[in-house]
Design a protein around this ligand. Structure first.
Ligand code: NAP
Length: 337
């Protein structure tokens, strides 16, 4: 009998610009056995995140780069198939750093159990997972919103951005989203209750910001950087706060990151711009999860996932993030639920 095989994606080359299939290798290895204190997980869903593009660059970041020849790093969710620790039993559903592969093993403290009866499984990688915590703590903690303030969020129809705008509304703010295309903009206003949406692919962003934020922007939750950041900087209100969550417009640049030209607006408006990393809030995730789960259950916040089936599609599916082709939290389905 042949040993069960683990299909997996390894990093083969450091990409220049957008990732290509040839930057990775789709291969098989024996299914790893759990050592004492570890669990073996059959991966069902892998989270595809813009940050993955940064993890495969050479150089220092908030986590070490994925090494050449290593399994591509990814968050994921799956079912425990073998346990060598009293902390988990076979059949438990867990989230953790699974990597882009069918089977993962890891020490007990690296996994968190979730209840598959309470939400669709991909949601634990979205609103009830890392992107949900990013929206919750990045907006409430870094931006310190007050009722009546005008909040602008870019990447507004995405996993993080859609939640930020909805939390802004719950806190009594005015929410203006910036997203690509008419369908995403209609979704923000008609389904999620944003006050306005700006289609950056078809509208003049500076002009639309002037129209929708007549007294300026009190909070900007930035997911994209680049020209949109510059346009918002030019509309800041006094004492504005900018949360630097991400800069997806810059992640595939082969010529280096373009910084904002209009940064002196921070000086003129006594404004603050602050970056954050969601992992720094890990000790408070229980608070964020409880709030998010409550809002979802009460229908005060809506979540949307974009699930693509097939581990073999990984490189092309990841590209959807950088082409604006995902509509909601992008998740790769690896096995039948
Ligand atoms: P997402 O918004 O669900 O997906 C990415 C979206 O970015 C695409 O759908 C696309 O939407 C937009 N986009 C792609 N290229 C763009 C460009 N050149 N200019 C403007 N928009 C572009 O992804 P997400 O998971 O929610 O992540 C959003 C941001 O949060 C990313 O920057 C990510 O790195 C960051 N993040 C940070 C942390 C943290 O701890 N700081 C944690 C999680 C995520 P359109 O169709 O609207 O263009």
């Amino acid at each position: 009998m042949t040993a069960p095989q683990n299909r997996q994606w390894l990093l083969k080359a450091r990409p220049v610009g957008l990732v290509k299939r040839t930057d990775f290798e789709f291969t098989t290895a024996p299914v790893p056995e759990p050592k004492p204190g570890e669990v073996q997980v059959r991966v069902q869903y892998v989270s595809l995140d813009p940050a993955m593009r940064g993890w495969i660059n050479e150089g220092k970041s908030y986590v070490p780069p994925v090494g050449l020849g290593e399994v591509m790093r990814a968050g994921g969710l799956g079912r425990v198939t073998a346990s060598n620790t009293p902390a988990f039993k076979a059949g438990d559903t867990v989230v953790g750093l699974t990597g882009v592969q069918e089977y993962a093993v890891g020490a007990a403290h690296l996994w968190n159990r979730v209840d598959p009866r309470l939400a669709p499984l991909p949601r634990y990688l979205g609103a009830l997972g890392m992107p949900g915590m990013t929206a919750y703590f990045g907006f409430l903690d870094v931006c310190q919103p007050k009722a009546g303030e005008t909040v602008v969020v870019s990447g507004a129809a995405g996993a993080v951005g859609a939640l930020v705008g909805q939390i802004a509304k719950l806190k009594g703010c005015r929410a203006v989203g910036i997203a690509g295309g008419a369908a995403k903009c209609a979704y923000l206003v008609q389904e999620l209750g944003f006050d306005a949406a700006i289609d950056y692919k078809n509208e003049n962003v500076a002009g639309a910001l002037k129209q929708h934020c007549p007294s300026g922007v009190d909070i900007y939750f930035d997911n994209v950087g680049g020209e949109i950041l510059d346009a918002v900087l030019a509309r800041l209100a006094r004492k504005a706060r900018i949360a630097v969550c991400g800069a997806i417009s810059q992640y595939n640049s082969s010529g280096g990151v373009t910084g904002p030209k209009n940064y002196l607006s921070l000086l003129v408006n006594r404004a603050r711009m602050e970056g954050f990393i969601v992992f720094d809030y890990a000790s408070r995730y229980a608070e964020g999860m409880q709030a998010m789960a409550g809002w979802l259950a009460e229908g005060k916040v809506k979540a949307r996932e974009d699930v693509v089936a097939g581990l073999e599609t990984f490189p092309e599916t990841l590209l959807k993030l950088f082409r604006g082709e995902n509509f909601g939290k992008l998740v790769l389905q690896v096995a039948e639920a």
